[in-house]
Design a protein around this ligand. Structure first.
Ligand SMILES: [Zn+2]
Length: 258
């Protein structure tokens, strides 16, 4: 079993139907999904990602802006737990501020090119880097940052934003086409957005898609329980048979598992 987590930063669930997104529709039809998962407050990228990788809300990990600071009360994150179990983990990202989602020594490989503001090529560069390695990693994090950039540039749900969702869907399609047969794929956002912003507790900012597909996952299942982005790390841990730290507050989305 291996797990690939694809982040489409700032993807609103209602954009999946508004844009032409054949890959996301394929994953929804052939996996388990909810379009009503919850982000955390503040609904800002680095606080959200720190919560995804540590399964605690920002009031616990203390990172409340996109400026990373050391945790006052450190706790093990997903990468530390995976590393302890000798799993190979890889990050492929196009936003440099994500460098501190794990502690030094945790990753087997890391690719970062700071091109999340490059709407034409930013996500393709990440996918290009990730594709040759997905079959050799136990856990891969593939971060596609351009949809969020388009939201900030043009507004959430604008034509330009929806066009960028289509580009991200095409990159996701390349990953699905190359998905190793023993891999489960999680696709989610960190937050949504409204106007040209996010960070509030408005439903437009706080509601995210959470999709899971592939090896060991139910097909065509609409997830009934409430899902939070705190549940991502416990779900990955369950799939990879890792120990779940006591401090983690989320829970594995067991009803998605076959
Ligand atoms: Zn974000």
């Amino acid at each position: 079993m291996r797990v690939i987590l694809v982040m489409i930063d700032g993807l609103r669930p209602d954009a999946i139907a508004r844009a032409n997104t054949p890959t996301l529709h394929h994953i929804i039809a052939n996996g388990a999904h909810t379009l009503n998962a919850r982000s955390v407050m503040p609904s800002v990228t680095l606080p959200c990602h720190t919560s995804i990788f540590h399964s605690v809300p920002p009031e616990r990990h203390g990172i409340t802006t996109n400026l990373w600071t050391p945790m006052a009360r450190p706790l093990p994150g997903l990468i530390e737990v995976a590393k302890d179990a000798d799993k190979r983990c890889a990050f492929f990202t196009n936003w440099e501020e994500l460098r501190d989602l794990n502690r030094p020594g945790g990753l087997f490989m890391s690719f970062m090119i700071n091109e999340s503001y490059n709407l034409d090529d930013g996500d393709r560069l990440v996918t290009d880097a990730a594709l040759p390695h997905l079959g050799a990693m136990d856990f891969s994090f593939v971060y596609l940052g351009t949809v969020d950039s388009a939201g900030h540039f043009y507004g959430w749900m604008s034509d330009e934003y929806l066009r960028q969702v289509e580009r991200a869907d095409a990159e996701l399609g390349r990953i699905v086409a190359a998905l190793p047969s023993d891999a489960a794929l999680i696709v989610q956002a960190d937050h949504g957005g409204h106007d040209r912003f996010h960070g509030t507790d408005m439903p437009e900012d706080m509601t995210i898609p959470w999709l899971i597909y592939g090896n060991g996952i139910r097909k065509g299942h609409a997830i009934q329980r409430a899902v939070s982005l705190l549940d991502t790390a416990p779900t990955v841990a369950k799939l990879l048979d890792l120990k779940t730290p006591r401090e983690w507050e989320g829970a594995s989305v067991d009803e998605a598992l076959a």
